[in-house]
Design a protein around this ligand. Structure first.
Ligand code: F6P
Length: 762
């Protein structure tokens, strides 16, 4: 059917073109054939006139008229000659034959004969007029005027036209026929080529047939070969997405996530495990208790998912009032207002916290995975604590599980060993581990003395997720280098000791703000006024914000260098440009962090001394915790948000800034080394190590016209709204659902087979 449409689309214009060509060509052809006939008649006329002239000159003068008449009458016996007149040089008619019209004077006839088309319409038909001297040597010679019948050329012209039409029609039909056959053949070729590719034959069959690796070159038609690999890859991705999203293409929201849990996971219990807890209870100075939300990308992402799914979240109870707020089972319902899920706290001793968290996780794995020029430190004692704490959390998971097959969501590098530990006790559990930080290349990872144990622990997971495909690839290559495992790239699985793990990328995100939430936000102009007043900024300040944990991976030093260079290179910004840097306190117990934070304070002071003046400081370093509302106000007040991570799994600050800007204003400057840069190309993407490039991006952002800001921001907002955190969780849970279904079916089939063989034995 498609090929017929294709041919019709091709044939109709072809036929129209041929018809137009015929309509244009026929009059032209007509004119040409008449010109040829006219030339032919003139030549014939000249011959006749010459013959007659010779005869006329032989006639005796007194016998002249009668003899002449007889001569001319014989001349017109030629069927093509209608009439002849002998005219004097002064155009008097001396004599003429019968067929020569009486009304036509010699003068008129000779005038017409001079024309390019010497044609005269008579009642008896059209004639061609020729005018010839009787004696060519004599200037005042008599003239012979010959009238040739034009009905013959006219008849021939009609015949020529008819033949021409027949020729064009036959030609058109022949071209159309050939076109149809060629189109049909080549369409079939394409279709069968495409079908072969989709069936996988393009890759597989030639391999089987030839046993060589030149499958692609052998299989698809040559014109498809460059496309083949790409098309297959895209199709696989499409299929993958459809399979993951599984269901109507509605936006991802809490409701859809809950539906997915109900339908695909049959409402199975969800247990989250992370080091950082989502709510920290703290003792206030007045003896009261306050609740705080930690600065953590992990918490920002997983908390809304838990609100939607309910279940239990197991985390380290690190707040000074945490023990005062739990029940006898160390549980507390959170969030404090809606109590959607249970937070189960685990208490760690100082040694445990020191060895597992500060030591192995943050001095070892954190710099190991971030490759941010800080040497990882691996201590035997830290490793022992790391193992022990992983076991304690694993035991808590088993204790919290209400069935033998809960869905366990393991978060981050603090728990690399936990998946295998849980698997040992709950073999049927679905364990989804998400690694929130980058995964380095095999060489970098290889410096860890316990690399094999870490990989074995992680491969206890059913699904292992990273932010980007690049991190998945690094992980798979690391396993390939250090373990004996079966890797199936086609299915993105790694089977270790017979147990498969799906290794996939799931880019994390945020919950898109609800309408209720947005109603509580200040208008951008109000937010700006409030921030200017509170921080005592110039009224016309150009405000850049940076919001980070006070961590050496965030590129805060590089950001300060870029601000300093901006004020040097573009002095017009002195007195106006201000970087408001929020740096949430983190991991202060570690020397590396304390030194880094001191250095940032020193550089800030230097820049402020160099470029500051009364009432103006180019850098405002706010090294304290900010709650969500305060951050929203800052984001909405800002002219730009600056994210300069030296290496970051995803970075959710940039997504929060985008979500906050419902006025579609504000510019995002984003490090290309943050996972988010792959999703948000409308940001000004920079290399934070290149100070000049970041400086120019700051200058460009400060000068960007509102229209360009709007275009970029609108597009960024579309991406973040659609690719939100419910989609992140939904895709993982949908994959888990498929996995569980497959497992159940396999188990059932195996049981029946076993029962069958037992019956036969009996
Ligand atoms: O988002 C990455 C992350 O490492 C989380 O795993 C962690 O909760 C967060 O940063 C903050 O770190 P910490 O919990 O050590 O303060």
């Amino acid at each position: 059917m498609k090929s017929i449409h294709l041919q019709i689309r091709f044939l109709v214009p072809l036929l129209v073109t041929l018809t137009v060509a015929a309509l244009l060509a026929l009059p032209l052809l007509d004119r040409m054939t008449l010109r040829w006939f006219s030339r032919d008649l003139s030549a014939r006329g000249a011959m006749v006139a010459k013959t007659l002239s010779l005869a006329i000159s032989d006639i005796e003068p007194n016998a002249k008229l009668d003899r002449l008449r007889g001569l001319l009458e014989r001349g017109v016996l030629d069927e093509r000659l209608v009439g002849i007149a002998l005219c004097s040089a002064t155009n008097e008619q001396i004599l003429s034959t019968k067929g020569f019209p009486g009304s036509l004077t010699c003068g008129e006839a000779r005038e017409i004969a001079k024309k390019q088309d010497p044609r005269l319409e008579l009642s008896s038909g059209a004639v061609h007029i020729g005018d010839f001297p009787v004696n060519a040597q004599q200037a005042d010679s008599d003239r012979l005027v010959l009238l040739h019948d034009l009905s013959l050329p006219d008849r021939r012209s009609i015949d020529t036209r008819r033949y021409m039409i027949i020729f064009i029609t036959v030609l058109g039909l022949a071209v159309a026929g050939i076109t149809m056959i060629v189109a049909q053949l080549s369409w079939r070729g394409w279709v069968s080529g495409m079908r072969a590719i989709l069936r996988g034959e393009g890759l597989v069959r030639p391999l089987l047939q030839t046993g060589t690796g030149s499958a692609v070159a052998d299989s698809a038609p040559p014109e498809l070969q460059p496309l083949e690999v790409e098309i297959r890859q895209h199709l696989r991705e499409l299929e993958d997405n459809l399979y993951r999203e599984h269901g109507p293409l509605t936006p991802w929201d809490p409701e859809r996530l809950r539906g997915l849990l109900r339908t695909q996971l049959r409402g199975d219990q969800v247990i989250v495990v992370s080091n950082r807890e989502p709510y920290i209870h703290l003792k206030g100075k007045d003896g009261g208790i306050t609740v705080s939300r930690p600065a953590s990308g992990l918490v920002t992402a997983v908390e809304p998912v838990m609100r939607a799914c309910s279940g239990t979240w197991i985390a380290h109870g690190s707040g000074s009032a945490d023990r005062d707020t739990v029940d006898e089972n160390d549980r507390v319902a959170v969030p404090p207002d809606t109590k959607d899920y249970v937070l189960r706290r685990i208490w760690l001793t100082e040694e445990e916290e020191q060895g597992y968290y500060q030591g192995f996780a943050n001095e070892g794995l954190w710099p190991l995975c971030h490759v941010a020029h800080v040497r990882p430190v691996f201590r035997e004692s830290d490793w022992a604590q790391y193992r022990a704490v992983n076991q304690r959390f694993a035991d808590a998971v088993v204790a919290e599980a209400r069935s033998d097959d809960p869905v366990v969501l393991v978060q981050d590098y603090h728990f690399a060993l936990l998946p295998a530990m849980v698997r040992e006790k709950l073999p049927k559990a679905t364990i989804i581990t998400f690694w929130h930080i980058p995964w380095p290349n095999p060489e970098s990872f290889g410096i860890c003395p316990w690399r094999r144990e870490l990989l074995q622990g992680m491969l206890g997971s059913t699904i292992l997720g990273f932010h980007t495909r690049f991190h998945c690839k690094n992980f798979t290559e690391t396993v390939d280098r250090y373990l004996e495992a079966r890797i199936e790239h086609e299915h993105a699985t790694i089977s270790y000791q017979g147990e498969p793990t799906l290794v996939q990328s799931y880019p994390i995100s945020i919950a898109w703000p609800t309408d209720d939430e947005r109603l509580r936000w200040p208008a951008p102009s109000e937010a700006r006024r409030a921030v200017i007043e509170r921080l005592k900024l110039p009224d016309d300040a150009c405000i850049a914000v940076g919001v980070d944990r006070f961590d050496y991976t965030k590129g805060i030093l590089e950001r300060l260098h870029a601000v300093e260079r901006l004020l040097e290179k573009y002095p017009q910004w002195q007195g106006r440009f201000v970087l408001v840097q929020v740096a949430a306190p983190t991991r202060n117990a570690l020397e590396e962090y304390r030194e880094f934070q001191d250095r940032i304070h020193r550089v800030t002071d230097r820049i402020n001394q160099r470029f500051g003046s009364d009432g103006y400081q180019p850098v405002r370093l706010l090294a304290e915790h900010h709650d969500h509302a305060a951050l929203m106000e800052l984001y909405r007040a800002a002219d730009m948000c600056v994210v300069t991570s030296l290496h970051d799994g995803m970075n959710l600050v940039c997504k929060e800034f985008i979500a906050a800007r419902d006025d579609e204003q504000g510019v995002l400057i984003l490090s290309r080394f943050a996972g988010a840069a792959r999703e948000l190309p409308e940001a000004l993407v920079i290399n934070p190590y290149h100070v000049e490039e970041t400086t120019d991006a700051l200058h460009r952002a400060a000068n960007m016209p509102p229209n360009e800001q709007r275009e970029r921001m609108a597009s960024l907002r579309m991406t973040v709204r659609e690719f939100n955190v419910y989609r992140w969780a939904g895709r993982m849970l949908a994959d888990a659902g498929q996995w569980r279904l497959r497992e159940r079916i396999t188990r059932r089939v195996q049981r029946r087979a076993r029962e069958g063989s037992e019956a036969i034995d009996a």
